[in-house]
Design a protein around this ligand. Structure first.
Ligand code: ASP
Length: 311
């Protein structure tokens, strides 16, 4: 049981995270079958309510729901009454009245999933809200690290880039810290929130220092849609100083892995070569995202009272 809603990693205990990751590992086997479908959520309805563009997260939730035999409805704001100025809450309440079992919400404003969770009868899963949290991304990242390294506890995780505007960074900071990793963040000073060390991480402005001894290196996308003023002189200068390539990666441990939540700005956050080849594990992250979201949907919508077993 991980509670009714999944709004952020900040709200989870370490034992909740462990339970989700263990359930996801059991779900992975279903994705390897020729017939990738089990009846676990047959008769349940999942609504994908994405007010902000998404490729992998939305498709991942949809595939996850379908592999568990749920009916998945994709709601697209352009084709809806939202274009007739219906409020977000009215839209969500209207969909809620159709008795979905889970509503998955993405919105550019931080706090919208929480606001909807307070009003809807259906449980709400946050699929990314502004620069606040993106819990399933952090969970799939933790799953990927656990599988690559065999553990999370005791590892050093370095997150590079626009920490201030990244919900992925925030959720991963909470998650990896709760799981016992040392988390470091590095980027140009305007991209590092002033109070970031209050989250229990160490902040660096030197990429070399931040990478020394790192087991996991996570590059973040520059959030051009969330950046109001200029945070750095130019993309080219950012790439030269903080863009990861094989030469800079040598500062990390020899067996360090490289992660990115996507979409990658090739040649900016990661060199072309690193974006496509080991030690980067970007497509493993995507693959793990489906199993992880199956686990979340199962834990939220699949357990009727008295039921305890996974498929
Ligand atoms: N896809 C991730 C997100 O929605 C990462 C990114 O867009 O930078 O937050």
């Amino acid at each position: 049981m991980i509670g009714r809603d999944l709004l952020g990693i900040e709200d989870l205990e370490r034992s909740d995270i462990e339970r989700i990751l263990e359930t996801a590992e059991r779900m992975q086997e279903i994705g390897e079958r020729q017939v990738k479908k089990v009846p676990t959520l047959r008769g349940r309805t999942i609504v994908n309510l994405f007010f902000e563009p998404s490729t992998r997260t939305r498709a991942s939730f949809e595939i996850a729901g379908k592999r568990l035999s749920a009916d998945v409805v994709n709601f697209s704001p352009g084709a809806s009454s939202l274009s007739k100025a219906e409020s977000i809450l009215d839209t969500a309440l209207t969909l809620d009245a159709m008795d979905p079992d889970v509503v998955i919400v993405r919105h550019k404003v931080a706090g919208v999933p929480k606001r909807l969770a307070d009003s809807l009868r259906a449980p709400v899963v946050n699929a990314g809200d502004g620069a606040h949290e993106h819990p399933t991304q952090a969970l799939l990242d933790m799953l990927t690290v656990k599988q690559e390294k065999g553990r999370i506890d005791g590892l050093t995780v370095t997150i590079i880039g626009d920490i201030a505007h990244s919900r992925v960074a925030r959720s991963n900071i909470y998650g990896f810290s709760k799981m016992g990793a040392e988390v470091r963040v590095v980027g140009p000073p305007p991209m590092l929130p002033a109070d970031v060390e209050s989250l229990g991480v160490k902040a660096y402005i030197s990429l070399r220092e931040a990478l020394e001894g790192a087991d996991v290196v996570m590059a973040l996308r520059i959030q051009l849609e969330r950046v109001q003023g200029a945070l750095f002189p130019s993309i080219r200068e950012y790439a030269a100083t903080f863009g990861l390539d094989r030469a800079k990666l040598r500062y990390a441990k020899d067996d360090a892995i490289v992660m990115h939540p996507g979409p990658v700005n090739r040649g900016v956050e990661l060199s072309h070569d690193l974006a496509d080849h080991r030690p980067s594990v970007i497509l493993d992250q995507v693959r793990n995202g489906v199993a992880l979201r199956m686990a979340v949907l199962y834990l939220i919508a699949g357990l009727a009272p008295g039921e305890e077993s996974a498929p």
